[in-house]
Ligand binder design. Structure first.
Ligand SMILES: C[S@@+](CC[C@H](N)C(=O)[O-])C[C@H]1O[C@@H](n2cnc3c(N)ncnc32)[C@H](O)[C@@H]1O
Length: 355
């Protein structure tokens, strides 16, 4: 996609792009919440006049639901200006705070204004919004599901994107479960291989990936083996993969927050598993390959946080963190934290490269 960044700010970027299908792009990006079209850029004193000139709202109805997201600027100021304009136009405008998945469904009859202050004001109007339910077909219609262990389509797509490899590359998910990451990788253009210790899940993965191939008419290849991710060199040759992308075993299913003793115990067990996996990963990964891996982080009942000692693993097995955002004029801390309110486990996403 032709993409020329103009302004980076903590939560986003203002960029010049070629004509794009915003709803398609937002699905491919998966981790991006909104895409807005810039309406205009102006000085503070011009804001009211420019907003009043703009055709913000296309419907013939005099009722309007709107929302505002502001970055580096005061929401009250924008809201006050908009209120006056709506009043002048005799619009019955009601402001609502809409969650992205609600906004995604209501964009046709709802106005979502984005205001960014970076020296001047940049005012935009949301044209696409991430909707996790959009992935419903790829999630719910496949032959097999296992909600207790399977990755969400959204996180699977984010992980595949973070691997930064080009289509036609070969990707491995060594803890492939029922194949969610592999299916998203195939849909992104990669040939994929998967390893899974459970025979039943190997069969489910194969059925799911065959379904994806047929349903979406894709040519990418897949191969799933039953096997142990701590013995990768038994199944694959040296430097077989451009990327390893995985959400590995994350420990037992938690119904409530763990105690400190439980969290320590789970982390110790996972530390051993991951160390063995990383020891083998170096062998099957190409020199310029990447590993994208989800590492669990446990918040205990007493609010302490326990996780895996990744520094130890990286040092021992010759990996370092790859931060694609390093060159950008914004500080993004890595590993990335992915946290949903209803999850008992927080996820740290590491992107690693061989030293
Ligand atoms: C979190 S799940 C992966 C979910 C997967 N991304 C999906 O969407 O289905 C982790 C998987 O790792 C498998 N597993 C656990 N230990 C393993 C090992 N040593 N080698 C290979 N697979 C293993 C489990 O059976 C489980 O299916």
């Amino acid at each position: 996609m032709g993409f020329k960044p103009l302004i980076w700010f903590r939560e986003g970027v203002i960029a010049r792009v070629e004509t794009i299908d915003a709803s398609e792009v937002i699905n491919e990006l998966a981790g991006t919440v909104k895409i807005a079209k810039v309406l205009f850029r102006c000085k503070a004193e011009e804001l009211k006049r420019k907003l009043a000139q703009e055709e913000l709202y296309e419907s013939s109805s005099n009722k309007l639901i709107y929302s505002i997201s502001t970055y580096n600027t005061n929401e009250a100021e924008i809201r006050g200006t908009l209120k006056k304009i709506f009043k002048d136009y005799r619009l019955k405008a009601v402001r609502k705070r809409l969650a992205p998945h609600t906004l995604a469904k209501r964009l046709h009859n709802c106005l979502d204004i984005i205001a960014v202050k970076e020296q001047k004001y940049w005012i935009g109007k949301t044209i696409a919004c991430s909707d996790p339910y959009k992935f419903k077909e790829r999630d719910e219609c496949r032959p097999f599901k296992e909600p207790e262990i399977m990755s969400s389509i959204r996180i699977a797509r984010i992980l595949v994107n973070l691997s930064c490899v080009r289509p036609k590359a070969t990707m491995l998910d060594p803890f492939c479960g029922i194949g969610t990451i592999l299916q998203e990788a195939m849909l992104s253009g990669f040939n994929v291989k998967g390893l899974e210790i459970s025979e039943a899940r190997v069969r489910k993965s194969i059925a799911n990936l065959e379904w994806v191939k047929k349903k979406y008419g894709i040519k990418q290849s897949f191969e799933i083996k039953k096997g142990d991710a701590t013995k990768l060199s038994k199944y694959f040759g040296r430097e077989s993969f451009d990327a390893i992308v995985t959400e590995p075993e994350l420990g037992p299913l938690l119904k409530s927050l763990p105690t400190e003793k439980e969290a320590k115990y789970i982390c110790n067990k996972l530390q051993t598993l991951y160390e063995k996996f990383f020891n083998e990963a170096r062998f099957v990964l190409k020199e310029n390959g990447k590993i994208v891996i989800v590492i669990p982080q446990f918040r205990t009942k007493s609010s302490r946080v326990f996780t895996i000692d990744m520094n130890k693993i990286m040092k021992k097995h010759g990996f370092r963190i790859f931060n694609a955002t390093e060159a950008l004029p914004i500080g993004v801390s890595v590993p990335f934290l992915y946290k949903e309110e209803w999850h008992k486990i927080e996820r740290l996403i590491y992107v690693l490269e061989p030293l």
